[in-house]
Design a binder for this molecule. Structure first.
Ligand code: URA
Length: 436
């Protein structure tokens, strides 16, 4: 490092603004190790406490992006647009959205992450698809985008490597909840994908990173402003995470829901969010004149089976077992499937996504430790949602588990997460705000 690390850290600690050159120097120190662990922790805490200006956040994002390779996709002539979600429960949108948007003539190079805590991750869901490879080389990733319109891969070590060390340090130093740090972490990886535009799905609610709407709005505005400063087109939707998305929770079960959705059998909220995000992607790509036209195109491609063809082509290119398209049992299944029965008649007055997400993790569908191995077959399939009328003994949900003991333990927790009462409640809007 050219600067004295302690002086830069103290400048941020005392509320000063760092220059782009100083931030660049700190990020070089993150990558080459000349910034020690204690110094990195202190710097992150100083940012967490004192924040960063928009200019500092953009400088940090660009320095983190440039800490590794930045893809160009020279062979891909189409506009390159991606979507990123801040994480939720039951959020399998990417699996459906990428082929749908690719079918409309937009290239989607999607580098996705693993699940974090109770929230699922696209890479874990893809691991439930037999044979599907997400460990592509960057060259192969670009080729797959060129050949079928989209590709999905796990982050490789050479994309935004500074974020790896910074994220791991944030995780153990109480510095995850910082808007400039979240913004630069997400955008540095996305910018390294070589995209022209990004649609952010910023989740808000009980099971989201941002529980309060004002925090989610601040994150949404920060992401959009920083992305634009970094030179890409940005749009964002603020969407509900006070309820799970769709009916299936757990990696293989979510893939099965996506396979059915591709054939047209899709829960209303999953369909709505997929179309809303897809329309924003088409607008950013400049291939639709307005939201209505974009939605109409996507609905037609979905209805006419074009999305299925693109999904199939991608499956072929990334090594997935094509049998899953005609027979979802090729995904395999859990040993025990247990119904959770309504203890009384009435209406479903709550469906708590945080508790349900935690149950899925405890069933083995998520990680408690970074090294935990996920069971792709376990999870929960909801049979009812908020406001539904049920009678005593109706199945509220099915628990998919490895054994009877974990199924029984999960079932009683599902029951508590889905209370029955008199009031007929309605879910609030799925898309709460839009920043286009
Ligand atoms: N996702 C990321 O990649 N980074 C964060 O900081 C938060 C969510």
């Amino acid at each position: 490092m050219q600067h004295h690390p302690a002086r830069l850290i103290a400048k941020k600690r005392d509320g000063g603004d760092l220059t782009a050159a100083e931030i660049q120097d700190l990020v070089s120190g993150v990558v080459d190790g000349t910034l020690g662990d204690a110094q990195l922790g202190a710097f992150l805490m100083a940012v967490c406490c004192n924040g960063m200006t928009a200019t500092e956040t953009a400088a940090l994002t660009l320095a983190m992006r440039d800490s590794g390779r930045v893809l160009e996709h020279a062979q891909v002539a189409k506009p390159k647009i991606d979507k990123h979600s801040t994480g939720g429960v039951g959020d399998k949108v990417s699996l459906l959205l990428a082929p749908l948007v690719a079918a409309a003539g937009v290239a989607v190079p999607m580098v996705s992450g693993r699940g974090l805590g109770h929230t699922g991750g696209t890479i874990d869901k893809l691991a439930a698809l037999p044979g599907y490879r997400t460990d592509l080389s960057l060259e192969r990733f670009s080729q797959v985008v060129e050949q079928c319109g989209y590709a999905m891969m796990a982050p490789s070590a050479d994309l935004a490597p500074a974020d790896r060390r910074m994220y791991a340090t944030r995780d153990i130093s109480g510095t995850v909840e910082s808007i400039p740090l979240i913004t630069s972490s997400i955008l540095s990886k996305k910018l390294a994908e070589g995209i022209d535009g990004l649609v952010m799905d910023v989740k808000c609610g009980r099971a989201a990173f941002m529980v309060e709407e004002h925090d989610a709005v601040a994150l949404m505005e920060g992401l959009v402003a920083t992305g634009r400063q970094a030179g890409i087109k940005m749009a964002a939707l603020l969407t509900d995470m006070d309820h799970p998305l769709g009916l299936a929770l757990g990696n293989g079960l979510e893939v099965a829901e996506v396979l059915a959705a591709i054939e047209g059998e899709c829960p209303a909220d999953l369909r709505e969010l997929t179309l809303a995000l897809g329309a924003e992607m088409l607008l950013l790509a400049g291939v639709a004149k307005d939201t209505e036209a974009a939605r109409a195109t996507l609905e037609r491609l979905w209805r006419d089976g074009v999305v299925r063809q693109v999904f199939r082509h991608n499956l072929e290119l990334q090594g997935g077992d094509l049998r899953v398209l005609d027979d979802a049992t090729a995904l395999g299944k859990a040993r025990v499937v247990l119904p959770v029965e309504a203890p009384r008649s009435g209406h479903v007055v709550d469906v708590d996504p945080l508790v349900l997400g935690q149950i899925v993790v405890d069933l083995g569908g998520g990680r408690r430790q970074p090294t935990d191995v996920i069971d792709p077959h376990v999870g929960i399939v909801l049979k009812h949602v908020l406001g539904d009328t049920v009678r005593t003994g109706d199945a509220l949900a099915f628990v998919h588990a490895r054994d009877a003991a974990s199924a029984n333990a999960a079932a009683s927790r599902v029951l508590a997460a889905m209370p029955i009462g008199e009031e007929r409640k309605k879910r609030g809007p799925l898309v709460r705000r839009r920043l286009g």
